[in-house]
Design a protein around this ligand. Sequence first.
Ligand SMILES: C[S@@+](CC[C@H](N)C(=O)[O-])C[C@H]1O[C@@H](n2cnc3c(N)ncnc32)[C@H](O)[C@@H]1O
Length: 251
Amino acid sequence: MKTYRLWAAYYDRIFPFARSWGAVVREQLLDPLLPNCTTVCDLACGTGTTAMELAQLGLRVYAVDLSPTMCEITRRKVRRTRPPITVIQADMRSFRLPEPVDLITCEFDAINHVPHKQDLARVAHAAARALKPGGHFYFDANNLLAFQEVWPLTWRHELPGVVIVSHGRYDAERERAYNLAEFFIRHGKLWERHLERIEQVCWNQKEIRAALREAGFESVRAHDAARFFPPGSMIDRGHRTIYLARKNRAA
Ligand SMILES: C[S@@+](CC[C@H](N)C(=O)[O-])C[C@H]1O[C@@H](n2cnc3c(N)ncnc32)[C@H](O)[C@@H]1O
């Protein structure tokens, strides 16, 4: 997989805002569940920040990501302080864990990254299989409004020796959005240009609820993410939804 190869290298420096946001939401929605958890999987773990934070709470963590670069960055962090984290390179549509877990987290619209609309059902089934009965699947998803209002904007990030310019577009017919990022990386006096494309699938809340129920989740709670963002941030009402689904206790 080529995607998240370049983004991976600069991810922690570009998206620190997502971290504080993720931690605030987790605190509000997951804190009541965590005392009953011993094992957790951070699905599409990216650079491993959430996995590290969960391990610091005393949980045994499986950190899963499809990108070899993301897995390597997470492994590097794990090697430094040796928290109880096992990194597994796998696809969220088919991943399997060595043991069932109490909780699966899948943050920062990672779930939208699958290639096909029907892949949502596969992710929901794989998550249900990985959970203990009564376990929870916690994730956030980009909604149509975010693809229409936020993705077409042009973004520019500057780091020492790197400039990244990205923009996106929503294709209503395919119900998919893409983001195309141009990376300008300085080598001495020269700048090298690289392109990286990320695609996401769009679902509505009804489709997400149906897929979760079909996979064996008995209760699904949905929260508009805007209430967790500081006023004036880019995330408005309707852009993103946070889901907390509980697997059937009898399963
Ligand atoms: C926006 S990043 C989110 C990373 C992390 N969850 C966070 O909160 O920072 C999306 C992640 O999904 C991963 N990803 C994309 N498709 C995937 C798939 N099919 N299975 C597992 N991981 C995938 C990417 O490699 C990337 O690390």
